[in-house]
Design a protein around this ligand. Structure first.
Ligand code: CP
Length: 312
């Protein structure tokens, strides 16, 4: 079923039924990914513009593949090499792009709220592909799809999820907490006090500062990237100390329950928040997250642009 909304700006906007609908649609999209000819005419004649003001590997590429597999025309715009270098504002850039009649703009920006600003001014749809420390809704949706497939169930009731690391600066954590709790999981955010939100008001989660205390109870360990580019030394004195207290080392991973899974949105700092052997080990479903990113982004584009008819 397609959504009634014009934009996808954050997990906080989505009703539980919309989350279920998009995940169900993503399951149909996974089938397309397994075909020899990965192309359906569903979005033929539609135009998707990827407007990326920040670096991205997974999100930008998977939106491009998603649009192309659905037969949309996909245009990639990156700030570097564009007129943004000459001082053109985000809004002016977007208005110029809109003058070329896209159907949806997928935007990543370092400023929280940039996609919402565009959504207010543009007639076409806007998808938030990550804005500052605010939200990254398609990451949360692909995480839900990955867990759903691993658990073989769409019920997450009672599942214990620990989101570990720099929660305070993380758009992945903000969207993830809302998504996991919306489907019934019990979420704990874990990290040093300087990297946890000052208040958990509005966060459907509890907080812990000792990873070793909570680790044996977790069903999902979701590690966040240490964002060296956003952190000052006052918040994190040393990476070595961070790893010794919060890194998922091989020794810590050995204390996990047998079925516990390890997730990470990427890009990983191997040897900092996650040991290489854990990232590549049997509990890791990190590569599945990336693969599911394409199906989820196909489902999001179809939910915003599709006519409500069959996917393929
Ligand atoms: N997870 C994620 O957003 O990765 P990219 O920055 O590579 O898009």
């Amino acid at each position: 079923m397609s959504w009634k909304r014009k934009d996808l700006l954050g997990m906080r906007d989505l009703e539980a039924s919309e989350i279920t609908d998009v995940l169900d649609t993503a399951v149909s999209m996974k089938e397309i990914a397994s075909r020899e000819i990965k192309k359906v005419p569903t979005l033929r004649g539609k135009t998707v513009v990827n407007l990326f003001y920040e670096s991205s590997t997974r999100t930008r590429t998977s939106f491009e593949i998603a649009g192309k597999w659905l037969s949309a025309d996909v245009i990639n715009f990156s700030a570097s090499g564009s007129s943004a270098d000459k001082g053109e504002s985000l809004l002016d850039t977007a208005r110029n792009i809109e003058a070329m009649s896209p159907d949806v703009v997928v935007v990543r920006h370092k400023a929280s709220g940039a996609p919402a600003l565009l959504a207010r001014h543009l007639r076409c749809g806007v998808v938030n592909a990550g804005d500052g420390a605010h939200e990254h809704p398609t990451q949360a949706l692909l995480d839900l799809l990955t867990l759903r497939r691993r658990l073989g169930s769409d019920s997450f009731r009672g599942l214990r999820v620990g989101i570990v690391g720099d929660v305070r600066h993380s758009r992945v954590a903000r969207s993830g907490v809302k998504a996991f709790s919306a489907v019934g999981a019990d979420v704990t955010v874990v990290g040093p006090p300087t990297l946890l939100p000052e208040s958990l008001e509005g966060w459907p989660a509890r907080a812990a500062t000792d990873l070793d205390d909570v680790l044996p109870e977790l069903d999902v360990v979701y590690l966040l990237r240490i964002q060296r580019e956003r952190l000052g030394s006052a918040l994190l004195p040393s990476l070595r100390e961070y790893t010794s207290r919060y890194g998922l080392t091989a020794a810590r991973a050995a204390r996990l329950k047998p079925d516990t899974v390890v997730m990470h949105p990427g890009p990983m700092n191997r040897g900092v928040e996650i040991a290489a052997e854990v990232a590549d080990g049997p509990a890791s479903i990190i590569t599945e997250q990336v693969a599911n990113g394409v199906a989820v982004r196909m489902a999001v584009l179809w939910s915003l642009l599709g006519s409500g008819g069959p996917v393929a």
